[in-house]
Structures are given as structure tokens and as C-alpha cells.
Design a protein around this ligand. Structure first.
Ligand SMILES: Nc1ncnc2c1ncn2[C@@H]1O[C@H](COP(=O)(O)OP(=O)(O)OP(=O)(O)O)[C@@H](O)[C@H]1O
Ligand SMILES: [Mg+2]
Length: 334
């Protein structure tokens, strides 16, 4: 397969991953499929345990090899299947062409080194060159992500930065090699609402300036309404719906997406009681028969609880894993 202008930046195709657990091999990703185009921001959303982080880590080959196995599927990037790439080739791509901001920013920065040294090191690992030049570039990157007095703040240690500034430093580190794809796993979850909004704005600006694709992982559809071009909804290790963002917010097609939207705080409405989806995500070793969401779904019929269901293409490039999506009219948000 060769890359053409029409092919996506990243194509995840029917990815299946098992983990070794005390109960033996347990399936945690079951047929995950979606694309990311150049210049596109794809939001991956779902409750805790739905498989968002495992999907993200799979792209970079960072799922622990000793405890996991690929049960099927491909991750296409530049005509190559990343799931089949030797570790050395993956290392060249990681942090260089594809970068990731991890879910725990505090543990990703080393307290013993200055912010500038750590960002510069990320650059020299792939591009080489003199430390001085790399430090100057680190300062430029800190400035780009909105750290005031970046030229002197490069000499600060992580504890001298606030949580929001540390997250910006992580973004600077992820962007210093001008990646073609940025994966950001819940980059705003630990931050207050104002800083969250600033980070979201920053990522949109960076996409506009660099043309990179972004995979933004979150459990909150509210934070990303402005950001998303496309939304991929995951439930219990499966993609249950994908759609252009505007369509998905206005008219969800999967009952789970409807539930996520209903649980989203509306701007300017204070003191409201938000409906939550009853029940909880099933454990990977105890998946319900039929549709995995059926035990929690108010629309489920008998056949939903017994017959397996695949992700089906719909009009407008959408896809949905619900046998009732043709006859249900679900509530979105305005
Ligand atoms: N190393 C591991 N070994 C065994 N199971 C794992 C491992 N890592 C993740 N899992 C399981 O895989 C499933 C998906 O986990 P994942 O971390 O991808 O969820 P998530 O959607 O990122 O959740 P969160 O919103 O809490 O970050 C969960 O059931 C989790 O328990
Ligand atoms: Mg996660």
C-alpha cells in the first residue's frame, strides 16, 4: 500500500487487543476502526475503562508487549502497518512523526531536570544538534504554547510550574519535532475549567498553524464541542458510533451517545441535576451477550441481548453499532 493524497493520516482497522490477566487472555479492544485525516481533530470519547488509552497506546506500540497480544487488525500510517513494525522503527516514529501527551502529566516530567532540558532532549533524540540550539528551540516552543517569559522559564524545574503550565510544557515537548499526528490522552482532565478552555484553544491554533492531525481523548463531550471535527464514541472496548461532530451533537444515533450527551453540563445552566446512564461499564471478562450496551439501554429488545452487532456504515459517512438506529429518534443538544 502506498500513501496517496486521498489516504488518511492514520487508519485504525478492526483492531483487537487481548491482555494477559489472572483470568487468562482477556479481550479489551474488539474491532476498533476509525481514520484520522491530516488537519483533522478527532475526539475519542467514552466512560472510564472503555479502551481509549489502550487504543492510543497501540498507535505508538506502547501497549506492554509481554502482557498483551494483537488478536487482529491493522494501524495504517504512511503505507505501513504500525502493529507489525519492528521496535526500532517505531522508536523513530514515536515523538517525531507521532507524539503523545500522556494521561498523567505529573509523572511524565522528571522533577530532577529543568523544563527546558527535558523539552530540548526530546528534540535532540530525533534531530540531534547542539544542546544550545535545542534549548533555544525549547524556549520558542514554550512561547508558542503561551508560557510568559519563556526565555527564562526554560530554566525552571517542574515544581516551579503550575499544573496548567506543566501541561503546556508537555504539549511543547510533544510538538517540538513538528509531529504529523498528536495524540492527547485526557490532557485537560486535571485542570480547572478556564485552563481547560485555553488548552483546547491552543490545540486548535496549533492544528491550524502546523496542519497536524490530532486525536484528543476525553470522557467529557462538553469540553470538546468546539474542538472536534469528528467524534468516535467507544463503549466496552468497541467503537459504537462515529460521526462528524456537529451531526453527532445534534442527532446522536446510538443510545449510549445520547446518554453521554444528556450527562453533559449545559453552558450557563446552574444547579441542574444531570441524568446519568444507569448501570456501569462491564468488566472485560464479563461482557454481556449481544450488544454490550444492551443491559443499560432503555431501547433494547430481546434480539439486542442475544445477537452480536457490528459497526454499520450509515449515510453522511457515519457509522453506528446499534440494530435499532434506523427506527430510533434520539435527543441531541442544541
Ligand atoms: N495492562 C493492562 N492489563 C490488563 N488490563 C488492562 C491493562 N490496561 C488496561 N486494561 C483494561 O483495558 C480496558 C480499557 O482500559 P483503558 O485504560 O484503555 O480505558 P480508558 O477508556 O482509557 O479509561 P479512563 O477513562 O479511565 O482512562 C479496561 O478494562 C482496563 O481494565
Ligand atoms: Mg485512559
Amino acid at each position: 500500500m502506498t500513501e496517496s493524497s486521498g489516504s488518511p493520516l492514520l487508519g485504525i482497522e478492526d483492531l483487537r487487543i487481548d491482555f494477559a490477566t489472572e483470568r487468562g487472555w482477556t479481550n479489551v479492544l474488539n474491532g476498533v476502526s476509525f481514520d484520522i485525516q491530516k488537519n483533522q481533530i478527532v475526539v475519542l470519547v467514552g466512560e472510564s475503562g472503555s479502551g481509549k488509552t489502550v487504543t492510543s497506546l497501540s498507535v505508538l506500540g506502547l501497549v506492554p508487549r509481554a502482557h498483551s497480544r494483537k488478536a487482529g487488525g491493522h494501524i495504517w500510517y504512511g503505507g505501513r502497518d504500525l502493529t507489525e513494525l519492528p521496535v526500532r522503527e517505531l522508536r523513530d516514529i514515536r515523538g517525531n512523526e507521532i507524539s503523545m501527551i500522556f494521561q498523567e502529566p505529573m509523572t511524565s516530567l522528571n522533577p530532577a531536570f529543568t523544563i527546558g532540558d527535558q523539552i530540548a532532549e526530546a528534540y535532540r533524540r530525533h534531530r540531534g544538534g547542539k544542546k544550545r540550539a535545542a534549548l533555544a528551540r525549547a524556549a520558542e516552543m514554550l512561547d508558542l504554547v503561551g508560557i510568559p517569559n519563556a526565555g527564562s522559564r526554560v530554566r525552571d524545574y517542574p515544581h516551579e510550574f503550575s499544573g496548567g503550565m506543566r501541561q503546556r510544557a508537555m504539549i511543547a515537548m510533544a510538538l517540538i519535532c513538528e509531529p504529523r499526528l498528536l495524540i492527547a490522552d485526557e490532557p485537560t482532565t486535571a485542570l480547572d475549567v478556564t485552563v481547560q478552555a485555553q488548552i483546547v484553544e491552543l490545540l486548535m491554533r496549533l492544528r491550524d498553524e502546523t496542519g497536524c492531525g490530532i486525536l484528543f481523548v476525553t470522557h467529557d463531550l462538553g469540553v470538546v464541542a468546539e474542538l472536534a471535527d469528528k467524534v468516535v464514541v467507544m463503549y466496552a472496548g468497541e467503537v459504537v458510533e462515529t460521526a462528524v461532530a456537529r451531526d453527532l451533537y445534534i442527532r446522536p444515533r446510538h443510545p449510549y451517545t445520547e446518554g453521554l450527551l444528556a450527562a453533559m453540563p449545559q453552558q450557563g445552566v446552574k444547579g441542574q441535576d444531570l441524568p446519568t446512564i444507569p448501570g456501569r461499564t462491564p468488566d472485560p471478562w464479563d461482557m454481556p451477550a449481544g450488544c454490550r450496551f444492551s443491559p443499560r439501554c432503555g431501547h433494547a429488545r430481546e434480539e439486542c441481548r442475544s445477537d452480536a452487532i457490528t459497526l454499520r456504515p450509515l449515510d453522511d459517512g457515519r457509522a453506528c453499532r446499534c440494530r435499532r438506529c434506523g427506527d430510533l429518534t434520539l435527543a441531541g443538544v442544541r
